[in-house]
Design a protein around this ligand. Structure first.
Ligand SMILES: Cc1cc2nc3c(=O)[nH]c(=O)nc-3n(C[C@H](O)[C@H](O)[C@H](O)COP(=O)(O)OP(=O)(O)OC[C@H]3O[C@@H](n4cnc5c(N)ncnc54)[C@H](O)[C@@H]3O)c2cc1C
Length: 507
């Protein structure tokens, strides 16, 4: 539904029918809704709108519909700081997360700001006007709707919604059963009593496998190489105790900080003492799977913990399904597809009625939007991230990018709060634009995401870089980001400010 705050074109604007807002948010997932909350509460005088390509709120949690879909981080940190998570389960199912995000949007009136079915394709910054002109394709006929905005806030996630990653294998067309990708789960897929092979052993595979094993005849998780898998209780007893004795908001806040601290502690310990951490993870897996199980072959990666994301399994569900004989793990390579399953390099044949390719996502930054600054295209891989939330030499634009080693929402909320601080700072001083200007020299470039996971390596040429020092360096650490974004100076010598017509480039 259109928002009343969206004024029609002012006479100074070039195109009839263009609508203007102070802040235009792209995306109505977890981070877009959090952006709405911060804009409403911390910049109440600003008009804003959210453009959402799909017809629904929730992003990831609406798109993915595969069996067992759930979070793999706790909801006290994946949930919002401003809305207590009230369900008993801390690691919870996708539909509950979706309800939580939608209820938040509805209760705070953020849903009224959303324009559904608007896929943003282009955004051009003009320094002369100090504003963005944004083009969105609307509906199946792709009619172009134009918006202008003083500030653009990209909350568009990090992967391609159209297509998941699907490597090709020889002779796939020969397989007579069904091949399914988790990103496009068919509603009618009946797998009860069927033999299922799930290719992959990342977060999606370890979620899907025990869930499908509940009714399938047998599920095989086929992996090229193992992943670190850590079992945690789905319920957080300490949080439940806090909720019993404290007001919900306070209990939520304490549980959130507890989990922030624990996550940071375990991450830093794992990076400091990788061998010790590795031994502890493998010992626990062996305990869960029994002394005879070949943990070395199936659950021992050849990298250190947190070189790639760890996979979390609630209440050890995957290990339990393996022990019960409903699931087996094959660590091997696919030679080719056959009519009835897969031929593996070892010579083994896996018979299957259904093959699920849990092979991951295609990374896609900035929702695939073509960006230009004063007519020059922005090449993302040539930009540096500033405080992990803006791009070098791109004015009045922020992006919500979460952590790879903690809950996404933690960083997105810090970013939203910082955007509001920045906007208020600019208003107070009469600035119309701000741009983090990249120094001419003396700064090294590094990949923005240091994980070695396949989906990151595949997209490394498309991602912005991080710099070798502050404020261009990504912390992946909530406490340090909080210091930088909540309390750090806005006018820090790197951020440059000006008014319409003045150049955003260094003289
Ligand atoms: C299966 C799965 C499980 C996950 N589990 C966890 C977890 O447990 N913990 C965790 O921290 N993270 C997890 N993640 C990461 C997860 O994506 C984030 O936690 C979070 O949901 C991202 O929210 P977001 O709003 O930033 O992005 P998204 O959820 O991706 O939402 C982006 C929105 O922007 C819209 N959009 C994109 N491009 C455009 C465009 N050009 N124009 C208009 N609209 C556009 C999309 O349609 C979408 O609605 C998971 C990811 C996946 C895929």
């Amino acid at each position: 539904m259109p928002d009343a705050a969206l004024a029609e074109t002012t006479p100074a604007e070039p195109r009839a029918g263009t609508r203007h807002v102070d802040v235009l948010v792209i995306g109505a997932g977890i981070s877009g809704i959090s952006a709405g909350y911060y804009l409403q509460t911390q910049c109440p005088g600003k008009s804003y709108a959210i453009l959402e390509a799909r017809e629904a709120i929730g992003g990831t949690w609406d798109l993915f519909r595969y069996p067992g879909i759930r979070s793999d981080s706790d909801m006290y940190t994946l949930g919002y700081s401003f809305r207590p998570w009230r369900s008993e389960k801390s690691i919870t199912d996708g539909p509950s997360i979706l309800h939580y995000v939608r209820d938040t949007a509805r209760d705070l009136g953020i849903d009224r700001k959303i324009h559904f079915g608007h896929r943003v394709v282009r955004a051009s910054w003009s320094t002369a006007d100090a504003r963005w002109t944004v083009e969105a394709e609307v509906g199946a006929e792709k009619r172009i709707a134009r918006f202008t905005a003083n500030f653009l806030y990209m909350c568009s996630g990090y992967y391609d919604y159209e297509q998941g990653y699907m490597p090709g294998w020889p002779e796939m067309e020969r397989f007579r059963g069904r091949i399914v990708h988790p990103q496009k789960w068919p509603e009618d897929l009946d797998y009860s009593g069927k033999r299922v092979v799930v290719i992959g052993s990342g977060a999606t595979a370890v979620t899907l496998v025990p869930a499908m094993a509940e009714t399938a005849r047998h599920v095989t998780m086929l992996q090229r190489s193992p992943t670190y898998i850590v079992a945690l209780p789905a319920r957080d007893r300490i949080a439940q105790w806090l909720y019993r004795w404290l007001p919900a908001r306070l209990a939520h806040g304490v549980a959130r900080w507890k989990n922030v601290a624990l996550t940071m502690y375990f991450y830093n310990f794992a990076r400091w003492k990788p061998e010790l951490t590795k031994k502890a993870i493998l010992r626990e897996a062996q305990k869960q799977l029994g002394a005879d199980y070949d943990v070395k072959k199936h659950f021992t990666p050849d990298y250190n913990p947190w070189d790639q994301r760890l996979c979390l399994i609630p209440d050890a569900d995957l290990f339990k399904a393996i022990r019960a004989g409903k699931v087996s793990v094959a660590t091997d390579r696919i030679e080719r597809f056959t009519e009835t399953g897969l031929a593996l390099r070892s010579g083994e044949q896996l018979e299957a009625d259904i093959i699920v390719t849990a092979t991951g996502l295609n990374l896609r930054m900035m929702g695939g939007v073509e960006l230009a600054v004063d007519g020059a295209p922005v090449v993302l891989s040539k930009t540096l991230t500033y405080k992990g939330m803006m791009l070098s030499d791109v004015p009045n634009l922020a992006l919500a990018l979460g952590y790879t080693n903690a809950s996404w929402t933690l960083k997105c909320e810090l970013t939203s709060a910082y955007v509001c601080r920045l906007l208020n700072h600019m208003d107070a001083r009469g600035h119309q634009w701000c741009v983090p200007r990249r120094p001419q020299a003396g700064i090294g470039e590094e990949p923005a995401i240091t994980l070695t996971s396949g989906y990151i390596r595949r997209a490394s040429d498309l991602l912005p870089k991080q710099g070798s020092r502050k404020p261009w360096r990504l912390h992946q650490n909530y406490a340090l980001d909080m210091a930088a974004l909540r309390f750090g100076a806005i006018d820090d010598g790197t951020m440059t400010f000006g008014r319409a017509g003045a150049t955003t480039r260094a003289a």
